[in-house]
Design a protein around this ligand. Structure first.
Ligand code: ZN
Length: 241
């Protein structure tokens, strides 16, 4: 079975559409989304609508949490908060209700899907987690593989039952060891922070036991222009480049 994992679309409709087209070209059986479909970008309503039209199961991200419960806004830096306050005004009641109904984790096909960190945190960043916490988490996680987003970086933590080794991922196919545990960060579709301006997503092949990291070009200029035209923080447009 081939499973595409997307995360952190961040209202970047052009990047989202380009990734979906790429997924159609290479062919998968299922797509899962790790949350943060909104925030930063100019098309939050259209991005969530597309997610729903394609019936892509999604967990909740910290940006979704902030628009349905304003107490979570306090956890954001001032620029991200400004963008979220504008985002809230761009969302329909129906979309807000949909986002409020998202779960913190999904378990399917022997994998776990969560926005931040297993077992089910939308808030914890992978880079914040101590070695000891990694060990405890792998020891209690029933699934062999957990997919996360949230940091917008491409990373893999491999656990052999004793030691957890973290490495960066790049555009290639990786063979996974069936006897090891993994926490895999698939990076971001719509707001990459890994030093490369393509949209990122990954495909897990459960029969071949491999993970393919894919980079997808999209029309960055169109999105950057829309961010500025809609009065969202200019830094979120510049960052796309
Ligand atoms: Zn995010």
């Amino acid at each position: 079975m081939r499973i595409a994992i997307i995360s952190d679309v961040h209202a970047n409709l052009e990047a989202f559409q380009s990734v979906l087209t790429d997924i159609e070209t290479v062919g998968v059986d299922k797509i899962f989304c790790l949350g943060d479909t909104i925030g930063y970008g100019p098309d939050p309503e259209a991005s969530v609508t597309l997610l729903r039209e394609r019936a892509i199961p999604s967990v909740i991200g910290n940006h979704e949490k902030a628009v349905i419960d304003f107490r979570f806004l306090r956890g954001f830096n001032p620029v991200a908060r400004e963008s979220l306050q504008k985002t809230i005004k761009m969302l329909s009641e129906d979309t807000l209700r949909f986002l409020g109904g998202l779960d913190t984790s999904i378990v399917a096909h022997g994998c776990r899907f969560v926005h931040g960190f297993p077992l089910d945190s939308p808030m914890t960043y992978l880079f914040q987690v101590s070695e000891a916490k990694l060990h405890r988490t792998f020891a209690k996680m029933p699934e062999r593989c957990c997919f996360v987003g949230h940091t917008h970086l491409l990373e893999c933590v491999e656990w052999d039952g004793d030691i957890a080794v973290t490495s960066e991922l790049t555009r290639r196919t990786y063979r996974l060891n069936p006897d090891r545990g993994y926490i895999i960060n698939v990076g971001s579709v719509g707001q990459p922070r890994d030093g490369d301006n393509n949209a990122k997503y990954s495909i897990l092949d459960t029969d071949e036991n491999c993970l393919e990291v894919r980079f997808v070009p999209y029309d960055i200029a169109a999105v950057a222009e829309k961010i500025i035209a809609r009065g969202l923080p200019k830094s979120h447009a510049l960052r796309l480049w």
